[in-house]
Design a protein around this ligand. Structure first.
Ligand SMILES: [Ca+2]
Ligand SMILES: [Ca+2]
Length: 227
């Protein structure tokens, strides 16, 4: 009888463990992949970012799996971002991140049937950015941190002033570079530093659409300079 009780208790434990393995997100089996969804591959910058996402976006694609390495659907996932920036001195401007306040931002998504969730970041301004991000699965108590990383990035934008809106103030930053026919930040089509009407063709749609987003200027820090 005692043996039977022990066996039943053991079976119960195993059942609970396997049910936990099925419902709990597993960091070891989950992945977070950082990439730049690039509409403008640039040799001298990681992204030409525009607030409306019409050019490049920083993407973090998450796949949440459980302890049995099966996709976990319907899991709420949070992306926490903190960032600092070192604006390119040639345009004497700021760098901003859409959705941020005081250098931090939080985004939410929920995994689909394949356990996939996705985030995309964009902003404005030209120069170096240090981006630290953490992905946390909220569908467990306590919640489970899945991944964390820090990226060093070089960005450019049609928002030369980095105030997250595109207007004549940006034109005032752009025109001297167009007149000089050179400038890292003004070289929006990444043609090796020269600024010409090809770059104006990249700039004008942003200006005419007055692309903008809600966000904040990133705190400045001394970062590895972008070319
Ligand atoms: Ca601007
Ligand atoms: Ca160019």
């Amino acid at each position: 009888m005692r043996k039977l009780t022990v066996l039943i208790a053991l079976a119960g434990c195993l059942l609970m463990a396997s049910s936990a393995m099925a419902t709990l997100p597993s960091p070891a089996n989950s992945t977070c992949v950082f990439s730049v969804t690039s509409a403008s591959p640039c040799a001298d910058a990681d992204a030409v970012w525009i607030h409306d996402g019409s050019k490049d976006q920083l993407a973090i694609n998450v796949t949440v799996h459980n302890g049995l390495d099966a996709p976990l659907a319907g899991c709420a996932v949070r992306l926490d971002v903190s960032a600092t920036a070192d604006p390119n001195a040639s345009v004497a401007s700021s760098i901003s991140l859409c959705g941020s306040t005081g250098g931090t931002a939080t985004f939410y998504d929920t995994t689909d049937a394949n356990g996939a969730a996705a985030f995309s970041l964009t902003g404005g301004g030209c120069g170096a950015v240090s981006l630290t991000w953490t992905v946390t699965a909220m569908c467990a108590v306590p919640e489970v941190q899945l991944c964390s990383a820090t990226q060093a990035l070089c960005v450019k934008s049609t928002d030369f002033t980095g105030d997250l809106t595109i207007n004549f103030f940006d034109t005032f930053k752009y025109l001297p570079m167009l007149n000089a026919a050179s400038g890292y930040c003004g070289d929006l089509n990444c043609s090796g530093g020269d600024v010409s009407f090809f770059d104006t063709f990249v700039y004008l749609p942003s200006l005419s659409s007055a692309a903008s987003c809600v966000g904040d200027v990133l705190p400045t820090a001394t970062l590895t300079a972008c070319p």
